[in-house]
Design a protein. Structure first.
Length: 486
């Protein structure tokens, strides 16, 4: 098994906890609920299929699955998940899965399958995907043939892409398999999927998208623990905040792709938002936590035996997110009256830190600091100064500041202030690509209970064998992390 995006499976499942986070609740907007769709990559692809089938009354418009597989493919078994649902698709019992779907629908465990008859389905498999074999996606197409008219299904598998989300202008080389698992294959997969669901779209916005349209929302309103992060992200076009009727599309990242691990790359750089901005589509990006197995979505039962049913904790939480954002008529999201901070400066650089100063904003109860568009402070900043630490030597960064009011609503971002740390740039990191067995024999990793872990960081690398290959980057003496060198 290749454990890049799909999961490094533990021997036993566990329930995971998470702390609540102060974030804006999802707004209630004027949404056309007949136009709701979902898509996902890898574990998110399996999850997208689950949501589409189990909640077909909600996601009736359609679903896009990239490197995923049939509904309930694993049947609650880790062995099935790592075997037939990834590497050995000949063993997928498609007819059994169809029968299970029909049985559960008749019992009310999932929505009636008749909803799927009007759905649009878009399937994508990279022809050199080494994690989820194309045969798994072939089985998914066969599965959908029992419920969705053939004319409504598009299946593209002629691009030599590895296991990744595909774009036309961002990411690694098309044949690369490494974090953040977004590959530039000169193909706009997000736009192609959305066009299949909704028909001809307005041209996408290729300019810089408004920063205020990106919203970090409170996931703990819908679920606590169960492998999900305290907060998720959404992209809300300006028109959707002022009463225009909009659509909703849910985007599900793959394993090792949540904001904690790849920052906001999946939220901002997979191509969805540029189409959303000009076509009034609200994008919801739910997030797993690092407490989930390999930060994956639950598509085999690590969190709940009901993982593929409407009662599955992660399933119900995402459905509740859609319901909330769709419940508002013309209700608009919270708006702060606070102006953006001014006078931002980056001063007193060291090899690993920079001091940020700005003018206090009247009425602000705190501030948030953003470095290269990613929030830096874990706790509210109550002064008009902040010492940003943990920076790389001889490196230029850009900072913006947002004021926060008493309702925890942020102002627009300040103008950016740039600064360069002192010192000498660190030497280039050394990377090693080898099997997990070779990594352990070379002293870069260790094995425990049949699984492999990187020395120093203790990051899970997957099964301890000669078949699972990982790239380790040495960032310090006997300290290795999963990653690649520039």
């Amino acid at each position: 098994m290749k454990p890049t995006l799909l999961c490094t499976f533990a021997a036993a499942a566990a329930l995971f906890g998470g702390a609540a986070s102060a974030a804006v609740n999802l707004p209630q907007l004027n949404i056309d609920t007949t136009q709701t769709t979902v898509s996902g990559l890898s574990s998110g692809g399996f999850m997208a299929a689950q949501l589409h089938v189990a909640y077909s009354a909600t996601f009736k418009k359609g679903a896009g699955i990239v490197a995923g597989g049939p509904f309930y493919c694993a049947e609650g078994s880790i062995t099935n998940a790592t075997g037939r649902c990834m590497a050995s698709p000949a063993g997928i019992p498609t007819s059994t899965l169809v029968n299970t779907t029909n049985s559960w629908a008749s019992q009310g465990i999932i929505d009636p399958v008749i909803n799927l008859q009007s759905s649009k389905v878009y399937l994508f498999s990279g022809s050199i995907d080494s994690t989820v074999k194309t045969g798994v996606m072939d089985a998914l197409k066969t599965y959908y043939n029992s419920f969705v008219p053939a004319a409504n299904v598009v299946y593209k598998k002629d691009i030599a892409a590895e296991h990744a989300m595909i774009t036309d202008d961002f990411g690694s080389g098309c044949s690369t398999k490494s974090s953040p698992y977004i590959n530039d294959c000169n193909f706009d997969l997000a736009g192609t999927m959305l066009s299949h669901f909704y028909g001809t779209l307005n041209p996408r916005n290729n300019a810089t998208l408004p920063a205020g349209n990106f919203v970090e929302f409170n996931q703990s309103q819908f679920i606590t623990g169960h492998g999900m992060a305290p907060t998720g992200w959404a992209y809300i076009p300006q028109a959707c905040t002022t009463g225009a009727q909009c659509k909703v599309h849910v985007v599900l990242h793959g394993c090792q792709q949540n904001v904690t691990l790849v920052q906001q790359k999946y939220v901002r750089n997979t191509g969805y938002n540029r189409w959303a901005d000009t076509n009034n589509i609200v994008m919801i990006y739910p997030q797993t936590s690092t407490q989930a197995t390999n930060s994956c979505w639950d598509w085999w039962g690590y969190d709940s035996a009901n993982y593929a049913k409407k009662s599955g904790p992660q399933m119900a939480a995402i459905k509740a997110m859609v319901d909330q954002v769709s419940a508002g008529g013309t209700t608009t999201p919270p708006v702060t009256a606070l102006p953006a901070p001014t006078g931002v400066s980056a001063v007193n650089p060291t090899a690993s830190s920079m001091t940020l100063n700005w003018n206090a904003v009247s009425g602000a109860v705190s501030y948030n600091v953003y470095r290269n568009a990613n929030k830096t402070n874990a706790l509210p900043v109550t002064a008009s100064t902040y010492n940003d630490t943990g920076l790389a030597a001889a490196t230029t960064y850009s900072w913006t500041i947002k004021a926060v009011d008493s309702s925890n609503v942020e102002s627009a971002a300040s103008s950016a202030a740039a600064g360069t740390t002192t010192g000498t740039a660190p030497p280039a990191a050394t990377c090693y690509t080898a099997s997990n067995y070779a990594h352990t024999t070379a002293g870069r990793a260790y094995q425990q209970g049949g699984s492999t872990f990187a020395n120093g960081s203790a990051q899970a690398m997957g099964l301890w064998n000669v078949f699972t290959t990982k790239t380790l980057k040495m960032t310090g003496p006997n300290y290795y992390v999963i990653g690649t060198c520039p």
